[in-house]
Design a protein around this ligand. Sequence first.
Ligand SMILES: [Zn+2]
Length: 247
Amino acid sequence: MNSRNLKIEITPSQGYVLSRRINEKWEFYYTIGGPLQSCCKICGYPLKDDEICNHHQGLENLNLNYLIQFVGYYQTDFNGNPMNKFTKRIIKMRLAEGEKYYQELFLILNSLFKTIKKKHYIKWGSWVPTSNNLLLKVARHLILSNNLILINPLEIIETNDQINKVENKEEYVKKKYKLNKTYNPKINRLINNDTGVIFDDLLHTGYTIGRIFKIFQEFHPKKLIGLVFVRTSRGKHPLYLKYPNFP
Ligand SMILES: [Zn+2]
């Protein structure tokens, strides 16, 4: 699909909608994550008015200024069947060979990013160390096409892939991602006192991005923005049907 046949609009309820052009007509395609009227200020999870969020354990005890934004809510029925249109697209994107859905994902992330960039002066960009080539490619593409300074996370983070998944996610991410003490001192100047964006593919309880934030925190950024493709949580989401702008 060509990105000229896709556009993102903001709905009256301040959500984002992706539309596609078919035979010269714009048709509603699916909703994507946007500013919600009622959501957790820390992790963006939609909440009822007085509800306390218990979906961001991995982001507790962070002492830095940060913001998390994600494109959409990922939900399957645990047999791999998508529960919403956004999930259906993501599954297709994963299965698709080559470039088929890349433009679509890039367009969505880029418009979301540009909305955020209007509010925050973002100077540099990086990503959570990954073997996911799609994440790598999109992150690099977004950083370069928005004229940000690209910081390869492997310059400051050592990753250990030999760690077996343990029950305690906090210990796991601590062992998996460590500050590489032999980093080039110029990194300090690039990050210090400026705002940066860090891309990741999935947000669950926030332990991974929370750990990466902590490592970047060593360089005293002004603010960190986590831009995540999909948000997910354990079990069914009881609220998502009530929020038309939350896929
Ligand atoms: Zn939360």
